[in-house]
Design a protein around this ligand. Structure first.
Ligand code: PEP
Ligand code: MN
Length: 340
């Protein structure tokens, strides 16, 4: 059960609600986010919801039987939109496009990509400075100095940034230079990291675990929400299957399923999803038709020289064509929605 409390509820009223929940042997977790206060009550006994519905101090009450609660659409039908400031929002009614290199490499590289993004109306740049690499001998990112440089150039050009945070100790030094924190597929179930990201007020995009289920992704999001941060995006980035012809298996089933299960925006990453440059475009367009709220993909002036993931990175001509087609596909998708 989710109870949303009235803002500034008198403490006596809150105590009384808590007592009545305890009386039906339900365990309570109090959640305070940047937007509201909630009580999450978990228990087995049947009860009549009308017993609570009219209690003073309760704004809204819902029974949610899923293992994830606050991120469920069962209590919040209205989709969540994420406001990045300067007129940049992610969520219903628009397609967010995020593009950039796998890794931030140099000032010249960031400048060239920023120019490309501006020319094509893309307002969010991706790029890792802490890179989770399968081999310790490969490039592992420019670190915090690279991030400062990346952020500064983007800020001067009206571009927001999304970048991966790999561990709790990085959150504080990264915080001033990040618009959206990305939790990578290898960290989807790093619950300590998720707990800490629940304590900040900046958006967090959680990628689906390499062998994670959809419900596990939603439970990871529940960690961040119940920790106090409602600004969450989910990202389908492919899962590991028995298939070896592609890097991962991009699970586009996840898009409509997630849209049904949660009010959070759903982003698709075709770059890591299929891992082959030639097929990023069709998979990105398919993701839009499947209902994605945004696409994140890798782009670089010279993919063959990229420090990481060059094989799945679009060059600028390919990226330009993709942005055009994404926008056209999204417009078509919106039209089709209206026809129904
Ligand atoms: C990335 O976005 O560069 C990345 C490492 O992604 P993932 O965590 O999905 O592998
Ligand atoms: Mn990558």
């Amino acid at each position: 059960m989710i109870i949303q409390l009235e803002k500034d509820i008198p403490s006596e009223q809150k105590k009384s609600i808590i007592q009545q929940i305890k009386d039906i042997q339900y365990k309570i977790t109090e959640v305070h986010t940047q937007y509201a206060d909630y009580l999450i009550a978990i228990g087995k006994n049947d009860f009549d919801i009308r017993r609570f519905g009219n209690l003073p101090g309760i704004k809204d009450i819902h029974i949610v039987s899923d293992t994830f609660k606050l991120v469920s659409r069962k209590w919040k039908v209205k989709p969540t939109t994420i406001d990045l400031g300067d007129g940049i929002t992610i969520g219903e009614g628009q397609l967010a496009i995020m593009a950039g290199p796998c890794s931030i490499e140099s000032e010249a590289q960031v400048n060239s990509i920023v120019t490309h993004l501006k020319e094509n109306g893309v307002r969010i740049m991706r790029g890792g400075v802490f890179k989770p690499r399968s081999s310790p001998y490969t490039f592992r990112g420019m670190g915090i100095e690279g991030l400062e440089m990346f952020y500064k150039i983007c800020q001067e050009n009206g571009i927001k940034i999304i970048t991966e945070v790999m561990q709790v100790s990085q959150i504080e030094p990264m915080y001033p230079y990040v618009d959206v924190f990305q939790v990578g597929a290898r960290n989807t179930q790093n619950f300590n990291l998720l707990d800490e990201l629940g304590k900040i007020d900046k958006p967090v995009m959680i990628k689906r675990g390499i062998s994670g289920t959809i419900d596990e992704l939603l439970q990871s999001a529940e960690y961040v929400f119940s920790g106090g941060n409602e600004k969450i995006l989910l990202c389908e980035r492919g899962i590991r299957t028995y298939e070896t012809a592609s890097r991962n298996t991009l699970d586009l089933n996840a898009v409509p399923l997630l849209k049904e299960k949660t009010h959070l925006p759903v982003i698709v990453d075709p770059s890591h999803g299929i891992g082959l440059r030639a097929y990023i475009e069709p998979m990105a367009l398919a993701a839009v038709m499947a209902g994605a709220d945004g696409i994140i993909y890798e782009a670089h002036e010279k993919p063959e020289e990229a420090a990481s993931d060059g094989q799945q990175t679009l060059n600028f001509a390919e990226s330009r064509a993709l942005v055009k087609k994404l926008n056209r596909t999204f417009a078509l998708k919106q039209e089709m929605k209206m026809e129904v």
